[in-house]
Design a protein around this ligand. Structure first.
Ligand code: SAH
Length: 251
């Protein structure tokens, strides 16, 4: 396109603006337009200039927008002229980890709109770390699997295979179906005493960590967004200060 503008697909990290990349911070403070999801810490949006346009395309109940309409919005912003405009598509965590960033990049490429991907700190790794949980630990866990726990239409995840891998399992978008996920992993051979940690709103001011076992996971009261960590490392709490604020959370 003749006078296309670059669309920056930017990862916002898990929440706390201190965990933005320098590049994400710079783009946000220079932005003219920010198209963002619901899952962005309000403190990150405070970095956007007051006069910039903010467009919330967060998918929430009652909002009729589709991924196609978001793609269309990004294409029209990027083909709208004004080559000095800074257009940011802001996504929680890393744009390419369950963020549909790949679909948006492909749609922009197809439309001839230039784009740039700015990686972010994924909640899959940074979320557990913020609760003192290393996703791998020598002698404890030599692998980490990041898996989506929602069941949109069908669930093609081979949970029994994950149960056999033996390392750490990090489930994103898993709150709603945590009971079914636990059952599949138990059926796959994991022990009911396998430690589980649930980290709500990691690095947000309202962060909360809950501990349970796989046998208890279906009964834990937890509020999305949360990261579910399953495996021996989930017992760890390398927070470097008192762990008295950890909540034991089974009902
Ligand atoms: N691209 C994002 C993930 C998008 S999927 C990333 O890399 O982090 C959305 C899911 O991510 C949520 O349902 C939740 O499971 C998880 N998530 C993202 N940010 C989170 C946070 N700050 N605290 C807890 N869970 C988070």
């Amino acid at each position: 396109l003749a006078d296309a503008v670059t669309v920056h697909l930017v990862g916002a990290g898990p929440g706390d603006p201190d965990f933005l990349t320098v590049r994400a911070h710079r783009l946000l403070s220079q932005a003219d337009v920010v198209v963002h999801d619901r899952l962005v810490d309000p403190r990150v949006l405070e970095l956007v200039p007051a006069l910039a346009e903010r467009i919330d395309v967060g998918k929430r109940p009652g909002w009729s927008g589709t991924q196609d309409s978001i793609n269309g919005l990004l294409i029209s912003l990027g083909s709208g002229g004004g080559s000095d405009r800074v257009i940011v598509r802001l996504k929680g965590g890393d744009p390419f980890v369950f963020g549909r960033g790949g679909e948006e990049a492909a749609a922009l490429a197809n439309a001839g709109v230039p784009y740039e991907v700015v990686p972010g700190l994924s909640s899959a790794i940074a979320g557990p770390a913020s609760a003192g949980i290393p996703v791998t630990h020598r002698g404890v866990s030599a692998s980490v699997t990041v898996v989506a726990g929602h069941r949109q239409g069908h669930d093609d995840t081979d949970w029994a295979a994950l149960a056999r891998v033996g390392g750490t399992i990090v489930v994103l978008m898993g709150v709603e179906h945590r009971g079914a996920i636990a059952q599949e992993l138990l059926d796959g051979g994991l022990d009911p005493s396998t430690p589980v940690a649930l980290i709500e709103r990691a690095t947000w001011e309202s962060q909360r960590t809950l501990r349970a076992t796989l046998g208890e996971l279906g009964h834990v009261s937890v509020v999305a967004p949360a990261i579910i960590v399953i495996g021996e490392v989930a017992d760890m709490a390398l927070v470097g200060h008192s762990v008295s604020d950890l909540i034991l959370a089974t009902d």
